[in-house]
Ligand binder design. Structure first.
Ligand SMILES: *Cc1c(COP(=O)(O)O)cnc(C)c1O
Length: 367
């Protein structure tokens, strides 16, 4: 990116983990341009070839049997929350309405999203809230067990919390949660709007724990910058959702579908996930070296794939501002963790360049 001042800025914010292939990737531009001269919008009452193609590609690539398309992350979450409740309603257990969520979770800005979120800041002044959410401490299995009742519909979590500070749930915790859901006949929904879709070095982050959710959301990375969200569900849930029970006017519009197909096909190229893992290791290891050297300034470095967080002792926003002046855009979060979430096709030299910018800012502080 080039600022108005003419300064070149290396983009490790990527619109907050959105521009999976940077800005102006020729294959994405070509997909959008060719569709732009054709059909822009068509109600999803009709099945377009673009919708049919992309939904089939997603079903082939994932655990899902059906996909609901929308235009943002919070809508994808909202749909998942509705599907969990409707599933139990259709299943003869309409009292199963409550959803267990976690402190630090972020699920978007609609009423469903803020009610499910694990922070009060997003709810302040917007009451009354949507009812039915039980928020428990991060990765506290006993708290989850204590909270489950005959009214529980499901558990909603981000396998790696994004806004909550690049915080992965331990894999054995996720496996325990999956087992608990099976035993209690409740649903597991993974919100992968930020942590998923190629960024963890696999399509979804839950794969690392070798679990499969019943519902998963995707949004930020799925359109590479074009507004697109998706709620993926298994057949068990899809068959309980009567036609017309949920919908979206813009969801699955052909422009979004062709860009979605192009993004997914880039991710399916040989060696793509190896590249994400290698660049992620390079970035994380580089930051860990800097943390050792500047432990007075950096408290912690953590991350998975190309989702890396740096926790400074001082104010994260101020540090992100300094990084920007040094030519590196990052994504500060409410948890004070500075997120490094670059395009997934970032090069080795660009990661080095980012590490030099961090080095410069940290050494300035010393003087
Ligand atoms: C960003 C985000 C959302 C909301 O997505 P929007 O497109 O802003 O509505 C939901 N869940 C998670 C995990 C997110 O990071």
């Amino acid at each position: 990116m080039i600022a108005e001042s003419g300064q070149r800025i290396l983009d490790f914010a990527a619109g907050i983990a959105v521009n999976s292939f940077g800005h102006g990737h020729p294959k994405l531009v070509a997909a959008l341009q060719s569709q732009a001269g054709d059909l822009w919008h068509c109600s999803n009452q009709y099945l377009t070839p673009q919708l049919e193609k992309f939904s089939q590609e997603l079903v082939n690539a994932t655990f899902a049997d059906s996909v609901f398309f929308c235009s943002s992350g919070t809508e994808a979450v909202e749909a998942g929350i509705k599907f969990m409740r409707r599933y139990h309603y259709e299943n003869g257990e309409p009292y199963r309405q409550r959803i267990i969520t976690f402190e630090g979770g972020f699920h978007g800005r609609t009423y469903g999203g803020i009610a499910a979120g694990g922070n009060d800041y997003a709810r302040a002044g917007f009451g009354p809230m949507l009812l039915g959410f039980d928020c428990v401490a991060f990765a506290d299995l006993d708290a989850v067990k204590r909270t489950i009742s005959k009214n529980t519909a499901g558990i909603l979590l981000e396998p790696i919390q994004g806004e909550g500070g690049v915080r992965p749930f331990p894999h054995d915790f996720l496996r325990e949660i999956r087992a608990l859901c099976d035993a209690e006949n409740i649903l597991l929904m993974c919100d992968e709007v930020q942590c998923g879709y190629g960024r963890p070095g696999s399509l979804f982050a839950f794969e690392h724990a070798r679990i499969t959710p019943d519902i998963a959301t995707a949004a930020k990375g799925i359109g590479g910058g074009f507004p697109l969200g998706a709620t993926l569900v298994t057949k068990r849930i899809a068959e309980k959702l009567p036609a017309g029970c949920h919908g979206s006017t813009y969801g699955s519009n052909p422009l979004a579908m062709v860009v979605g197909s192009a993004v997914l096909s880039l991710m399916q190229e040989d060696g793509f996930y190896d590249h994400v893992c290698a660049r992620g290791e390079q970035l994380k290891n580089g930051l860990l070296v800097l943390q050792k050297k500047h432990s007075d300034q950096i408290a912690e470095v953590r991350g998975v794939g190309l989702m890396v967080g740096l926790l400074p002792h001082a104010d994260g926003r101020a540090m992100a501002e300094k990084l920007l002046h040094a030519g590196l855009a990052t994504a500060p979060s409410v948890s004070n963790v500075i997120r490094f979430v670059p395009p997934l096709n970032i090069s080795e030299a660009e990661v080095d360049e980012a590490l030099s910018a961090v080095t410069n800012v940290l050494s300035q502080e010393k003087m």
